[in-house]
Design a protein around this ligand. Structure first.
Ligand code: NAP
Length: 284
């Protein structure tokens, strides 16, 4: 049996075990692959690397708060991990543990699938953590013209946008989140990359006052639990198109599945599984 694990701490609300197990079942791989949650504190991350090196674990997803911390361990980094600066998927290649980032391709796929064209347009991103980094690289690769980043810690946003500006052609600027009322300029897409609005964190909150939403054609929330976050509900009421975070969740998971199994991921099965679990959570 090839064991895959999800490593993070805590792991209360993750849908990845359900989604990946459904994918193994749908592709007839349940007898060969299994996927389990492994709550692991950061000081124990070396256990994961050793278990992979010894063949006890075939692949892993790495989630909050370890996506950057894992870089302190001896890994070979893929191009995606180097670009984003953090890792969410591990696999073995020639006895080397390789770290890559499938949030990046997951975000790009979710945007492409929505049919919006970001090339030459302006975008606004809220947050400056690991997910925001993947989103900024994704936007740059999609040919965005300018990205304005708002973050609670202005210093972190400033560092991130400076680094992105050095690496990509697009223009990047940053502001403190508390200045969003005065500083929000014209933008065709807004992406929330903070946990604000997430179940168990700040479910009734939103990162941006609803009065600002009418000017933004498309609003995406990376938070996927609940599917209809307060941000997305208010955006819909303001007439915006909305993209829910579960699309990116499914695409990043599908990319990890393909890396571990070498087979095409059953994206629709994975999506249905995630939607079913989220609807169940909404009804609780
Ligand atoms: P992270 O690295 O911990 O970064 C969190 C970001 O949110 C930081 O910029 C932080 O600001 C900001 N933040 C946190 N709490 C806040 C609050 N109460 N008020 C204002 N800002 C706050 O986390 P991450 O990995 O980037 O993940 C961010 C969110 O994206 C999570 O909800 C995660 O579940 C979601 N996500 C979704 C997908 C998907 O596939 N849909 C993929 C990845 C992540 P400071 O810098 O000031 O601390």
């Amino acid at each position: 049996m090839k064991r895959c694990v999800l490593v993070g701490y805590p792991l209360d609300h993750s849908l990845s075990p359900l989604m990946q197990s459904a994918a193994f079942k749908a592709t007839g791989l349940s007898h060969k692959f299994e996927y389990r949650a492994w709550p692991l504190r950061s000081e124990k991350l070396s256990w994961l690397i050793n278990a992979m090196k010894h063949g006890e674990i075939h692949g892993a997803n790495v989630t909050m708060p370890h996506k950057s911390k894992i870089l302190e361990h001896s890994l070979t980094l893929s191009h995606s991990a180097i670009s984003v600066g953090c890792v969410n998927t591990l696999f073995l290649d020639d006895n080397q543990v390789v770290g890559c980032n499938t949030d990046l391709s997951g975000f790009i796929k979710a945007i492409e699938e929505s049919g919006i064209t970001i090339k030459g347009q302006r975008a606004t991103v809220i947050g400056s953590g690991g997910a925001a980094r993947a989103v900024l690289v994704g936007l740059a690769r999609l040919g965005v013209q300018k990205v304005t980043v708002f973050n609670r810690s202005r210093t972190k946003a400033k560092e991130l946008t400076k680094q992105m500006g050095n690496e990509y052609e697009a223009r990047f600027c940053s502001h403190g989140l508390r200045n969003i009322m005065e500083k929000l300029g014209e933008s065709m897409l807004l992406v929330n990359c903070t946990p604000i609005g997430m179940r168990g964190h700040a479910i009734n909150q939103t990162p941006i006052p609803s009065t600002l939403l009418a000017e933004i054609p498309v609003v995406m929330d990376l938070v996927y639990n609940p599917i209809h976050t307060r941000l997305l509900r208010e955006a819909r009421d303001a007439g915006c198109r909305t993209i829910s975070g579960e699309r990116m969740l499914v695409y990043q998971g599908a990319a990890s599945f393909e890396i571990w199994t070498g087979k095409k991921a059953p994206v629709e099965v994975m999506h249905k599984t995630v939607l079913g679990a989220l609807k169940g959570a909404d009804e609780e």
